[in-house]
Write a protein that binds this ligand. Sequence first.
Ligand code: GRG
Length: 290
Amino acid sequence: MKALKYKDSIDNWLESYFINKDGYEKIIYDSMSYSLNIGGKRIRPLIFLYTYRLFKNKIENVLSIAGAIEMIHTYSLIHDDLPAMDNDDLRRGMQTNHKKYGDAIAILAGDGLLNEAMNVMFHYCEENESLLAVKACSYISRSAGVSGMIAGQVVDMESEGTKISIEKLKYMHSKKTGALINASVVSAAILAGADNIEIDKLSEYGNKLGLAFQIKDDILDVIGDEEKLGKKPFSDVNKNKTNFITEYGLEECEKQCINLTEECLELLRSLGRDTEDLEAITKFLLYRES
Ligand code: GRG
């Protein structure tokens, strides 16, 4: 599959962020860098950059906000893998953070990444003295917070081992996975000065993309290859969790993914802008193997 544009820029920004950090607390920098830099598709920061590029040219100016979004995502994965949550040993094909550094450092690494993401965003707002930046960054922090991703995670934890309705399943994923994907699109549009009609269309695109992403995640959990996934498959089955496969079956899920992808592409085309990169990543997500 063709490499996604700007992925190297994101990887380089993240790799150089915690470089040359020393002192008694060095282990926390090692631990945060470990999880940030052991792979990851960088879907959210790329979607952010591609959306920004619909309206503005210079992505170098906003690379830090893209990096902050990936820091938030990585923190959520570290905490999700902890024994108190999903208790997973493998992530991105490597040991999970707590397996390598222990539970205490993994909790602090997640906290550290979340706070660092906020520092990066505040710094951007200060430097640019921009109200659009404040609005964009507060959209991101709200989406990651208790009315967004954390709400979804709470419903997920509370539902373990019980059968939940499709409505609740969709609610859970619109928050847990969808909120940060939606924020990656919408915050970029806000920051770039898009008008309300464009923001609304892009928000709808983000919501549909988030749902397609989650259904594909459930499909891969059943038919994915362990090596490519970088983690053990059948995690939902083993934890007795309701997911889209248990509710709709594999064939119907594949159909829904294709339909949602088509709806995403139509929304993008309706913007009347050069949406080539967003279209490419939308299709990439449909055909991904990890
Ligand atoms: C701990 C507050 C808190 C939230 C955790 C995102 C999340 C909420 C948990 C992750 C569990 C999970 C497997 C969710 C399904 C969708 C998802 C987010 C998959 C991982 O994202 P990718 O595929 O991963 O973008 P990479 O490694 O490529 O970055």
